[in-house]
Design a binder for this molecule. Structure first.
Ligand SMILES: Cc1cc2nc3c(=O)[nH]c(=O)nc-3n(C[C@H](O)[C@H](O)[C@H](O)COP(=O)(O)OP(=O)(O)OC[C@H]3O[C@@H](n4cnc5c(N)ncnc54)[C@H](O)[C@@H]3O)c2cc1C
Length: 363
């Protein structure tokens, strides 16, 4: 274990590994029915007690350990876990006591499914340009607009969403009146949809105009955990490929005995260990009380997702034809890793964030 951890983290890792052994997943079922599989995973994760890590005190190292371990077993299982935290994150950070009681308790038991609805078709990388609007109407707000790429969209029990008000961008909790426009199918199991608010009631979260701060503070907590999920996928690919290379006999010797193979294995191991250090450094800094970890979280997310893509690509290569065979473990991982380089800020956006941070450090 790395020096960033204490005993509770070692114990959590152990519990997760034991639980996973008793929790078989059917990849065929996940691909056929991603929504029902994901809903079942939320319930099971709640029953097993792991969803308590998706609500306060939000120990980021624990969230990362959960994501890394779950992702190495099933990307959809990780997704089901992760969205409970991201979707309810703004309430954890900015909600009233009443909101926390109403939403976070059922989220932590797997009884309510959460969604985080920020992106729009013309406002992905640039959330400040979103068009969804909200107008005050007595004690509540009325929302109008369309949100794209919303994980858990169409079946979440509540959405934390963001809309323009006269004070700027504001955050809202929406429970009812969300119209499903379209379920979008991507290359790996991951329920995502376009949704619409049409004169939909929303409850203000935080203060009017605080929306961008709420969105960015939430991403600050959860961004390094995307890196942890990537690490889990990459480690699984590494394990499969290194084992295969030691058993695949070719030209009269094992694949692992060729120096070109060893160079690949060394690159893969190095990139995974470097990712691990960046991820758990960011998480540890946050848990230690550093208010913002913008640079560290972006570095962890950027490096780990890009590195894991390379690791998985190397794993596919080591398997030869079997590596691209539909449904083989590494072929699935190749599809699973891809969206992680896009959601919660693309790799290009992470570079812009890092550059801005380090250029400011110079002054
Ligand atoms: C599987 C999946 C799940 C998602 N889940 C959610 C969710 O639950 N909630 C939510 O709100 N959103 C979600 N998203 C949306 C996601 O956050 C956006 O897709 C992402 O932020 C990119 O926005 P975009 O798709 O509009 O791409 P664009 O912003 O149009 O970007 C297109 C390309 O331009 C690049 N680019 C953008 N700006 C610059 C620049 N300044 N310089 C150079 N290059 C640039 C980008 O890096 C990218 O390569 C999800 C997306 C996916 C794929």
């Amino acid at each position: 274990m790395l020096p960033f951890f204490d005993e509770s983290h070692t114990k959590l890792k152990h519990e997760l590994l034991n639980w996973i052994k008793t929790f078989p997943v059917s990849k065929e079922e996940e691909e056929k029915n991603e929504i029902e599989s994901s809903k079942r995973y939320v319930k099971e994760l709640g029953k097993a007690g792991f969803l308590k890590y998706s609500v306060p005190p939000l120990d980021v190292r624990s969230i990362c350990i959960c994501r890394e371990t779950l992702a190495s077993h099933s990307a959809l299982l990780d997704f089901a876990f992760a969205m409970q935290g991201l979707g309810s994150g703004p309430i954890s950070l900015f909600g009233s006591d009443e909101d926390k009681e109403k939403f976070l308790v059922p989220v932590s038991k797997g009884e309510k499914i959460a969604a985080f609805a920020l992106s729009e078709i013309d406002a992905g990388s640039d959330p400040a340009s979103l068009k969804c609007s909200a107008k005050k109407d007595g004690d509540t707000y009325i929302l109008n607009g369309t949100k794209s790429w919303i994980s858990n969209g169409g079946f979440a029990d509540f959405y934390v969403t963001f809309a323009k008000t006269s004070e700027g961008l504001s955050a809202f909790i929406v429970e009812e009146g969300v119209e499903l426009i379209e379920q979008v199918k991507i290359g790996s199991p991951h329920p995502v949809a376009t949704i619409e608010f049409k004169r939909t009631k929303g409850k203000l979260l935080g203060s009017p105009g605080q929306g961008l701060k709420i969105a960015l503070s939430t991403l600050d907590v959860f961004r390094s955990t995307v890196g942890a999920a990537a690490l889990g996928l990459g480690k699984r690919a590494f394990k499969e490929a290194s084992h295969y290379s030691k058993t695949r006999n070719i030209f009269g010797q094992n694949l692992s005995e060729f120096q070109i193979t060893q160079a690949k294995i060394a690159d893969m191991a190095l990139e995974l260990e470097a990712s691990e250090l960046l991820i758990y450094r960011a998480a540890w800094l946050k848990d230690r009380g550093q208010e913002r970890i913008t640079k560290e979280a972006s570095m962890a997310k950027l490096y780990a997702t890009e590195a894991s893509q390379r690791v998985i690509d190397n794993a596919v290569q080591l398997f030869g034809g079997l590596g691209v065979m539909s449904g083989s473990v590494v072929e699935r991982l190749y599809r699973d890793i891809r969206p992680l380089r896009i959601y919660e800020g693309t790799s290009e956006i992470q570079k812009l964030i890092i550059a801005k941070q380090v250029l400011n450090e110079d002054n």
